[in-house]
Design a protein around this ligand. Sequence first.
Ligand SMILES: NC(=O)c1ccc[n+]([C@@H]2O[C@H](COP(=O)([O-])OP(=O)(O)OC[C@H]3O[C@@H](n4cnc5c(N)ncnc54)[C@H](O)[C@@H]3O)[C@@H](O)[C@H]2O)c1
Length: 338
Amino acid sequence: MSSPSSRERRPSLFEKGEASPNALQLAEQIASFHVNPKTGNIITDKVTIVGAGQVGMACAYAIMAQGVSHHLALVDMQEDKVKGEALDLEHSSAFVRGGLKVEASSTYDVTHSSSVCVVTAGARQREGESRLNLLQRNVEIFKGIIPELVKHSPDCILLIVSNPVDILTWVAWKLSGLPKERVIGSGTNLDSSRLRTFMSHRLVPVWSSMTACGVRLRDLNPKAGMKDDPENWGELHTQVVNGAYDVIKAKGYTSWAIGMSVAQVVRTLLRNERNTHVLSVHAKGLHGIDEDMYLALPTIAGPVGVQKIIALQLTKDEEAQLQKSAQTLWDTAKDLKL
Ligand SMILES: NC(=O)c1ccc[n+]([C@@H]2O[C@H](COP(=O)([O-])OP(=O)(O)OC[C@H]3O[C@@H](n4cnc5c(N)ncnc54)[C@H](O)[C@@H]3O)[C@@H](O)[C@H]2O)c1
């Protein structure tokens, strides 16, 4: 029997010459391929993020750390900054299962053939500036971004994060020429998480046993969330609405939670996980909405974009409020110069 020292060392693939550069390239490609189960087409997991600010980089980090994509392209008009961010991220490649490739530029060549393009670029409000003026400035920014993204990735899904997200998703749809199903906004996916977080603060001791027994909050407190609710669950609504403002007041911007939220949506889009997220989708014709507008609604989306918008069971009053929201958004959007 041969001793370990005398045992012939197995040559590595490189030494045996089995892995030519082409084979390595192929392995790299296979690692980042998924198959669209509906069409059978191969899609890559390449994701572009435009805007390498607080939100864009939190999205990039979450997408990378969760292994949602192994190939990122970052674009920002601040070339030095975006290149620095890309290097910093790519240096963590050894800690990421499957490795990581990060490209960065102030132009759009690096974005070619992306499956999902996330847009977080936006202008910050100037002192005394009206929201409409800020919005028009963001429209001008989008005019420089959206056609470039579509030119380099004509089959991509656009995922808009910049605020105001519903209106800018509509703007991106108009500027892109893509089918409405392929343009999606981050909607209120994050607000849903905020609601669950605030609920868990109240319910941690009993939550798991309640859900395990199939008990719902309304079974214990039929007035939960109503005006005369003795436990005042309605206060959660205020907490959710103020959630972003509380964070911005304390640290100047929001980043980590929106990054995680976007990573979750991108995973769903790439992997066809058929999860339901509350995303900004084209809402005309739903719940009596007449406006050509995007609104946040529960949506199932995948590699082809929006697959299904879940019909909500709304009271007349709730439906009227949704229609009013659509009207308010449209009143602003219709005056924009596209
Ligand atoms: N949808 C949501 O739930 C949600 C949550 C948080 C923030 N946001 C929005 O995300 C956006 C970004 O926020 P932030 O804190 O990262 O801002 P930020 O100022 O830190 O980053 C914006 C980045 O966009 C870049 N940029 C501006 N114009 C550009 C252009 N024409 N081309 C390429 N890059 C350009 C800037 O250089 C900057 O790096 C804001 O509109 C914010 O309101 C949305």
